[in-house]
Design a protein around this ligand. Sequence first.
Ligand code: FES
Length: 367
Amino acid sequence: MAPALLSFAVHQIDLSMTQFHSLTVQQIKPLTPTSVAITFEVPKELKQTFAFAPGQYITIKKEIKGKELRRAYSISSSPKRDHITIGVKKVDKGGFSHFANTELKVGDVLEVMPPEGRFVFKGTDTPKKVIAFAAGSGITPIMSIVKEVLANNPKNTFVLVYGNKSYAETMFYKDLVKLQLDNADRFFIYFTNSKVREEGSLFGRIDTSTVNYAIKNKHKNIEFDAYYLCGPEDMINTVGNTLEDNGVSKDKIHFELFSTSTETLAEASPVESDGKTQVTVILDDEEYSLTMNKHEIVLDAVLKQNIDAPYSCQGGVCSSCIARVTEGNAEMVKNQILTDGEIAEGFILTCQAHPLTPTLKVDYDDV
Ligand code: FES
């Protein structure tokens, strides 16, 4: 299944959008025993730089135990507010999410890159009917989209199917219930708990039957304008395939991966390739040259030369590292973001690409 993504325009890059800025932590709110909502204050002079579309994410840079880490987190707040809130679930011992859940304090300053990402909702004057399927921390960008859809037009409708183990582990549970009570005639939530049978929730994981229940039973009279999927790869594949089986066109389906299966990563290990490649990198109007092994990943080789290329997840999930190949050829070991058309235009995820030709020119500005 390869749902179509929102297309993106080719433009000259705005340098302030690729730099990190210092933002102060204004509030830290526990969401579940293993997750927190972190709110950043956005000073007046950075308002424009940090303006965002609902569904976008920010990248945080933090040195932990002598190692620079970059992590991407989706924004859960409404673009109409003058702050930015993200949800961080503790997943990595010793990593940023552990630090954020245990050591981070109000008043701390973090280095943050301005919002980016193409998993977005764009409102129009005509009423929109939107449905989203989210699992676990995949709710964070959906929170922002829900708020925008409800605020954008009083005739907009939103259906949310949200999977977790239990209510106790459901991020933003109270906020969602409040939003639902405030918009009872047009915001419908189906909590789907897989470990604990609880009143008011469906039981099990989000699967084909859950999707059919929402679109063919509970809301069979609604023709949805857009479908948003956010969570682990298995859920996205199951929901996407079921929607397509039900005749939903690919261009209405938008998805954001929140993790990838280890199986897929193992299958996608770099292809054997010998020899060296002479690489030219264009970044922020500067030209750099380097030599790398063909089996190496382009982004790794670029970072080794201390070239300040953009990146975030390094897992082929976020698209921060996108660049255009203008000479030579490169192949991605894994790609679930770029469409066939974008690949044909020469776009690559540099964190997933290795060179195939003796020379390669990669332009980070022309994206
Ligand atoms: S850094 Fe996220 S896709 Fe490459």
